[in-house]
Design a protein around this ligand. Structure first.
Ligand code: ADP
Ligand code: MG
Length: 243
């Protein structure tokens, strides 16, 4: 029964999101249409700029669709025992390249002997990338993005701290709402996706922020739950394979 209720809730959430996604995709479509029309009649210099806007809006539409699909997919994931530190080290070159292009840098502080955890590597990479990119987007030149791991009994934590603009206290609640964005070209789906990934990994996300000084996202994975549920949740006989 509990599974059934969960499934129904998810279906209605997906239904609600389908309504909002229609709305969200219409905006970039309208922009694209407008600029494509203008391109015909303008000078080459203007055309160059309009092409860029059209490409950006197409990319944004694509991101909305991709994020939405990841959110809506309701399949069981393949989980494997892995090292969060190892995963961060694999992602480091990509994150550093992204930061360097913005004149920023990345500092890693990884706890030695961090306990391994059950994870779907692809999803945890996506979570790290989304939160890290938000951090970079919140900072100006020369900002430093700190990525840290630490553990307490039964818990493995991933901390992502930026020196950016910060988030007003009253906004923190809304961050994880689908389509909440303060960016001109944002999708507002990144953090809702991160939250659903964290939840699938028996995790939660806390946000600490001081406007003007920066923000820390703390993702805490409950690894004792992983162990207890490994047999049922991850290696069950029906429908547990990634398709
Ligand atoms: P998007 O990045 O597309 O706007 P997200 O779901 O990733 O969507 O983030 C939602 C909003 O949360 C952002 O638009 C921004 O206002 C706020 N936010 C997220 N991370 C940070 C951060 N590190 N610093 C400041 N604001 C942030
Ligand atoms: Mg984002």
């Amino acid at each position: 029964l509990r599974n059934e209720v969960g499934r129904m809730e998810r279906l209605s959430l997906v239904g609600q999101m389908a309504a909002s996604i229609t709305h969200e995709i219409r905006n970039p479509m309208a922009v694209i249409r407008g600029f494509v029309q203008l391109i015909r009649e303008r000078s080459p210099a203007d055309q160059q700029q309009y092409f860029r806007i059209v490409m950006e809006e197409l990319d944004r539409t694509n991101s909305i669709i991709n994020d939405f699909l990841s959110l809506a997919q309701n399949r069981a994931l393949t989980m494997e025992l892995g090292s969060l530190n190892e995963l961060i080290l694999q992602m480091a070159p990509l994150l550093e390249a992204d930061a360097n292009m913005r004149g920023q840098s990345v500092v890693l502080t990884l706890q030695e002997q961090l306990p391994p955890m059950m994870m779907n590597e692809k999803e945890i990479k996506q979570l790290l990338l989304n939160i890290a990119r938000n951090g970079m987007e919140a900072m100006g030149d020369a900002g430093i993005l700190h990525i840290e791991t630490r553990s307490k009994p039964g818990i493995v934590e991933l901390l992502i701290r930026d020196e950016g603009i910060g988030i007003p206290q009253e906004k923190i609640k809304q961050l994880f709402d689908p389509f909440f964005t303060t960016k001109q070209r944002g999708t507002g789906l990144g953090l809702s996706l991160c939250l659903s990934i964290a939840e699938r990994h028996s995790g939660q996300i806390d946000v600490e922020s001081s406007p003007g000084a920066g923000t820390t996202f703390i993702v805490a994975f409950n690894i004792s739950r992983h162990k207890g549920e490994a047999g049922r949740a991850y290696y069950g006989t029906s429908g547990m394979q990634e398709q």
